[in-house]
Design a protein around this ligand. Structure first.
Ligand code: HPA
Ligand code: ZN
Length: 341
């Protein structure tokens, strides 16, 4: 790929809509926090931890991801993790980020909801004022746990309603269909929260349809398996349901054998509102800019596609139309400028 295209991909203004903040914890920070908090890890060095990042599927990743999150104990830990992510996002000219966090992973270890959300939120506020990155926080329910546990987590979240904009569904997908969480999503909908769900990553395309029909989600996280169902593709195109696609994640978790096999060009050709995201950047080999570069390196994608994907990222963001338009104008100006040409 030409250096000008890779520079353009890294520098264009963009929004990130699918990033698990716990998945941004780099091995170096995991070790630093383990030392700070006196937590013992099953790995004796940064290198041996990194060597364990050889995943065969979603579950093999999740086991290590939850182990990594075990070093997070204090509000400052959550701040440090989020701030480190924001600095990397700023380097990729991320202008807006909508961040997932997994409160149940922390509550199960005796860390309070307030500790986790206050640390993340403080970093996001600072990111707004010091880095000019606007943001929203999305609380995810772990789908391998019960709906009752999700409802209890929602109860604990109520005093913090002003600190998050929506809810999502993550963790082990197969065997945990969207309908398992119909009641808790109905409550969240009544509360005026934005709704998203992981669907069609490893799970079947039917989960995409049921997430839309039974949970009433506004975006599908991943969704790449939709191409197995032409009627579903037509619906997603017709309704312009955003898909938050994560290319490096898909290759690392063996959803596709290689980046050259990724179906993102086919999703775009089908007229879908596709966005590019990093998912768990510390585990999958790169941040948002790296995802764009790896994707464009392996596939027949050009500058026009870059502009489309930058536009889509703001189009799919949970922003009011005025805000969206300002970012879309920023994208247009960038692609007219010397850097963008
Ligand atoms: N899929 C499901 N759950 C997750 C992921 C993912 O890619 N990352 C963190 N939790
Ligand atoms: Zn994800």
């Amino acid at each position: 790929m030409s250096t000008s295209l890779s520079t353009l991909l890294r520098q264009m203004p963009k929004a990130e809509l699918h990033i698990h903040i716990e998945g941004s914890l780099e091995p170096e920070l995991i070790f630093a926090l383990a030392v700070r908090n006196g937590v013992t890890l099953a790995y004796d060095s940064v290198e041996s931890l990194r060597r364990a990042y050889a995943f065969t599927d979603l579950q093999s990743f999740l086991d290590i991801y939850y182990a990594g999150a075990s070093v997070l104990l204090t509000e400052q830990d959550f701040f440090d993790m989020t701030w480190a992510y924001l600095l990397r996002a700023a380097a990729d000219n991320v202008r807006r980020t909508e961040i997932f966090f997994d409160p149940q992973t922390h509550i199960a270890r005796g860390v309070t909801f307030a500790t986790a959300i206050d640390g993340i939120d403080r970093a996001l506020q600072q990111g707004n004022t010091e880095l000019g990155i606007s943001s929203g926080l999305i609380m995810c329910f772990l789908r391998h746990l019960s709906e009752d546990e999700a409802l209890q987590t929602l109860e604990q979240a109520l005093p913090h309603r002003h600190q998050f904009i929506g809810v999502g569904l993550d963790s082990s997908e197969r065997g945990h269909p969207p309908e398992k969480f119909a009641r808790v999503f109905a409550r969240c909908r009544e509360m005026g929260l934005h709704l998203v769900a992981h669907a069609g990553e490893e799970g079947p395309p039917e989960y995409i349809g049921t997430a839309l029909d039974l949970l009433h989600v506004e975006r599908i996280d991943h969704g790449v398996r939709c191409l197995e169902d032409p009627a579903l593709v037509r619906r997603l195109a017709q309704e312009q349901v955003p898909l938050t696609v994560c290319p490096l994640s898909n290759v690392k978790l063996r959803v596709f054998d290689s980046m050259a096999d990724h179906n993102l060009p086919a999703l775009l050709d089908a007229g879908l509102l596709v966005t590019v995201n990093s998912d768990d950047p510390a585990y999958f080999g790169g941040c948002l800019g790296d995802n764009f570069v790896a994707l464009f390196d392996a596939l027949p994608l050009q500058r026009e596609h870059a502009q489309q994907l930058a536009r889509n990222s703001f189009q799919a963001a949970f922003l009011d139309s005025e805000c969206k338009q300002r970012y879309l104008d920023e994208v247009a100006a960038f692609f007219k400028s010397p850097t963008g040409t």
